[in-house]
Design a binder for this molecule. Structure first.
Ligand code: F0G
Length: 482
């Protein structure tokens, strides 16, 4: 943790946990990795973990569980209705998030489905800091549109703005005046804005958004999937909140929202999600949809064991020594890569390190998916699986024309308490090699393109034999090394 100082002044992220259960990993040879990425249609989602050394695809459902979470799973109360496990989760939500009414859902996008089905009518507009893929999909499925109102400079890759996830308040007010408050069912704020590199918003910004929401009588919805880390960065970066506890900061943020939803796969556990509020009438509007889409109101499509783990995980987000682990490793990774001249999103955010493929592969046009190509190339030469967050993760417009993403990023997720520092150093080493050989990376083209959320299962092919050439160069430089 940052308060531990080292004798020679080095900034080493120090783990405040020990490893007690381990899983064996496999670093397969590059020849197998080439076959694996071909079999997977050059899409890292389609790789088997059998062929993956470090799985940096996501933190979703992959954060390490604590001993207390695992222990709690043994005390779960199996019951279709009225489970005491659910009562314990309700209590945790009330104590940590400060909301009395809770609707359980099986994961974050299920919460988005319920909220969008309940509140969005065709033609509605949802202003937000920035979209997340599944939120956008549910809004458009229900006939809505989005307006992304990030503060100026939020999309600049290299930046010293500590709160790139902030909403531009003037743009927000102008947007409401132009479109009419009646056409805006809610404003959505996403904690630790995922797609722009895990960048937080400040509490003072959220207070300003609240003021505008009140002025126009619009509901404020908080996507709290990455709330713990956003709160941690508020404590680190927002002067006014330095002396406050995580508990106070989290309650302050959730208290500003009418409705809070989360993916527990990220926030607190490995499964599940929830929607919570203090407004009985909002709860009442959504309640009937839970048994229809999720399961009975006391389990919501999640096993009671997972519900117990979620409850403990929520309390654990208040523990700074736990919540700081992933951001401090990310900081180490980002700052080291930056000092080596490798283009990464700064300041370091949460969830992972985001490599700027637009600069890394400035010879690949956006129509040939530089971030997707970089993700495939990096897997090939390292066995490390990252995720494309660029145009492949974007959509086509109503005429079928590709909407080029604002940023082309390779995300290397750092799930909580999963990787060691030597593994992070391996990532740095291989990325450095790839950067020195970056001109050998070529483009990709779709061969199978699903109509919705195409990035998950889409299949692509390289535009030349660049993967084979890259493999030969790797063999030349590294000999028979894995
Ligand atoms: N909101 C945010 C901010 C997210 O990051 C995610 C998921 C969701 C909602 C949806 O939650 O997966 O439980 O349905 N993010 C994952 C990721 C998938 O890899 O970034 P879910």
């Amino acid at each position: 943790m940052s308060d531990v100082k080292f004798y020679k002044g080095e900034d080493i992220p120090l783990e405040l946990h020990k490893v007690r259960v381990v899983q064996k990993l496999h670093l397969v040879p590059i020849e197998r990795r080439l076959d694996a990425i071909k079999e997977g249609g050059f899409n890292t989602f389609r790789l088997s973990t059998r062929d993956v050394y470090l799985d940096m695809l996501t933190d979703s459902g992959t954060n390490a569980m604590s001993d207390n979470q695992v222990a709690a799973m043994f005390q779960a109360d199996d019951a279709y209705a009225g489970s005491q496990s659910f009562a314990r989760l309700q209590k945790a939500v009330e104590e940590v998030l400060g909301k009395r009414f809770l609707l359980p859902v099986h994961q974050g996008r299920a919460a988005e489905n319920i909220i969008c089905k309940t509140f969005i009518k065709p033609g509605n507009l949802i202003p937000m800091n920035y979209h997340f893929t599944t939120a956008l999909a549910h809004i458009t499925e229900n006939g809505g549109k989005i307006a992304e109102l990030l503060c100026d400079g939020a999309l600049e890759i290299k930046s010293s703005n500590p709160f790139k996830g902030n909403i531009d308040i003037e743009k927000l007010e102008a947007c409401i005046q132009q479109n009419g408050a009646a056409n805006i069912p809610f404003i959505r704020m996403e904690a630790s804005t995922n797609l722009i590199g895990g960048q937080p918003f400040s509490i003072s910004n959220m207070m300003d958004v609240r003021r505008i929401a009140d002025k126009y009588g619009i509901m404020l919805v908080l996507d709290a999937s990455l709330l713990g880390e956003n709160a941690y960065l508020v404590k680190q970066r927002e002067e006014q909140w330095k002396e406050n506890s995580m508990a106070e900061i989290i309650k302050m943020m959730t208290g500003l929202a009418d409705l809070v939803y989360f993916s527990a796969r990220k926030l607190s556990s490995s499964r599940g999600g929830g929607i919570c509020t203090n407004k009985k009438e909002l709860y009442g509007k959504m309640e009937a949809l839970i048994p229809l889409y999720e399961g009975f109101l006391t389990y919501g499509g999640i096993s009671v064991r997972e519900i117990e783990a979620m409850a403990i995980g929520l309390y654990e987000t208040l523990d700074e020594s736990m919540i700081s682990q992933s951001p401090s490793f990310i900081k180490y990774l980002v700052e080291t890569l930056d000092s080596l001249g490798i283009p990464v999103v700064t300041p370091p955010g949460v969830l992972g390190c985001h490599v700027d493929a637009m600069q890394f592969c400035d010879h690949i046009p956006q129509s040939e998916y530089p971030a997707g190509a970089l993700a495939a190339a990096f897997y090939l030469i390292s066995g490390v699986r990252g995720m494309e967050r660029g145009t492949i993760s974007s959509v086509r417009d109503e005429h079928g024309v590709e909407i080029l993403a604002d940023a082309e990023l390779l995300r290397l997720a750092v799930p909580r308490r999963v990787f060691t520092l030597s593994q992070i150093k391996y990532v740095i080493d291989r990325l450095q090699w790839l950067y020195d050989n970056r001109k050998m990376i070529g483009g990709l083209t779709f061969v199978y393109e699903p109509p919705v959320l195409r990035f998950f299962m889409g299949g692509l092919a390289p535009t030349s034999d660049w993967p084979e050439q890259l493999m030969l160069k790797f063999r030349k430089d590294f000999g028979d090394s894995l």
